[in-house]
Design a protein around this ligand. Sequence first.
Ligand SMILES: Nc1ncnc2c1ncn2[C@@H]1O[C@H](COP(=O)(O)OP(=O)(O)OP(=O)(O)O)[C@@H](O)[C@H]1O
Ligand SMILES: [Mg+2]
Length: 603
Amino acid sequence: MFGLERIRRRLRREQPGIQGSPLEIGGRSIIDHIAPSGLFLELDYFHFSTTEYGRVWFVEDWPERLGLTYLHDIYSFPGNLRVSIFVRPLDPRLVLQSVKRELTQLRAQRLSGQQEGKIPDYGVIATERSTEEVLRKLQEERAPILLVSFYVCLFARSLDELNKASRQLEELFLDAGVRAHRAMAKQEAGIISMLPLGVNLLNQARNMDSHALGAMFPFVSSDYLAPRGHFMGINRANGTLVTMDIFEEENTNLITVGNMGSGKSMFLKYQVEQAVITGTRCMVIDLEGEFRPLCMDLGGTYLELSTAAEHKMNVLDINPEDRDPLTEGYYDFLGWLEVALRERRGEPSLSAREKNLVDTTYKEAMAGAGVQQEDPSTWRTPPPTLSTWYQVLRERGTPDADELAERIARYAVGLLAEAFDCQTNVTIDSSLVVFDLKDVPDELKPVRVRQIQSFIWSNVLREMRPTLVIVDEAWWLLQDLETARDLSAMARRFRKRYAGLWLSTQHAEDFARNTDAEFIRDTASVVLLFAQNPSAIPLLEGRFALSGAETRELVVLHPGEALLLTRHHRIPLYIAVPKERYPLYTTKPQEVIAFREGGGESK
Ligand SMILES: Nc1ncnc2c1ncn2[C@@H]1O[C@H](COP(=O)(O)OP(=O)(O)OP(=O)(O)O)[C@@H](O)[C@H]1O
Ligand SMILES: [Mg+2]
């Protein structure tokens, strides 16, 4: 932001034909007030404060076909790097004349050598051949010849950092066969040539044809383009589109971490939409109830799971498709009971004796409802509900059974019976199912989540169909040992079931709360880091091998900007959501209200 205006004025003064009025030159704008007071020009770098350093290179020559990999490395250099390219078409007649002259000279040189019986100079022969090719292209294809200038500028926070990054960049140039020079004593001309003013004061250029020029443009780079994948966003470093097919990754798990309002949910919603449209089923555990507009718009199934809600799930459901439905069903029920009956998080809530009791009374309740383990024809009979099991316990009449019945009473026959003592009345064969937990009291959330998790396992994953399970605001689930264990089991086993687990959370610490959360973080094949608080950096830095430039950038990212990390890529990303879909995704209250008032949600 340093004095663009000042430079423009200098250009006006120095360039004939561009004159500003004296009134304009003497006037003051806001830019004059915020611009630094001076620009210090050194031999091969410049700085305009103690924390803003820069260096400009001009590229003198580069290989005819600069490999995309090298170019990609340069464009994606992990530092604050800018590239400026000037292209000027040359007069084809002049080019033709000079190419013909050059070809004649080369031919003459070769022929005279031949006549004198000298050993052929293969260098001359090769140049002659390529000049012939240029001539052919010029005459046959009328391919234009262009004068191309290529400048690079690197910014850093200190001279030390600038020198270090400069050495790395120069190594890259060397590897790529690019001959680049620091603009010695021409840094000011370099800065001006870097600005988007179309003024080329450095005046260094090389001739090339349009094919070679085409290969230099960043948007031809194949940076993370999976043809069958989803659109993830735009690479902020070079403007390329980034697409990814999660099912092609090592595993299908993804995590996003970022501050409040940094764009995590927006990203997830956009991905859900693309997934559903392209035939991937999505199950969303939504703690904030914010996927509703999207779900309604896509015609998905939206399940409100508050206590009085109409949608019900029976905790004693069995899956007739399982190999041994009663045993699987028993373990699901036991897992649910353990969460429902626990006094304190993380502590076992059922003794071995009680588990035995659950085992026998479970079978008895099932048999009472006509469901027999040994008779598959009974597996589709409606199973008992929680109050039936409660009655079986009561009928036992032993102190153990009475105590257990007492503990489960509020779910089976008490206040919560409306939500938990019921037959399942939801079918989830749609491609998008959202479990809304917004109105579920905090105390009941783990019980509900446990139910949803077994529901997902048993009802959904039985058929091999690409499926994503998405948990927004996953911190809630990660802090709870049982649900975190369930999530890590999903993370472990999902790949083989053609499914993926996608979690989003605000704090990096959420993934360090227990070994299951750590496992999920450390094995996810895709990580998206959105804007972070400085205090989160130490937790992320080592874990994701972030460079200095990356950590500095993470604390200043805008909403929708992120760093995408995969096993082989590190891409600065901007999640470019279509503006027509934005109203369905936004969480800004004023925009949500405007959307509702416009009748959006009733669709
Ligand atoms: N990719 C984007 N393009 C445009 N605006 C965005 C983008 N991402 C986020 N925003 C803006 O930021 C707001 C907050 O985004 P979002 O709801 O995704 O944040 P979040 O990270 O999920 O926050 P929280 O952790 O509080 O849920 C959005 O309503 C939108 O206005
Ligand atoms: Mg969110």
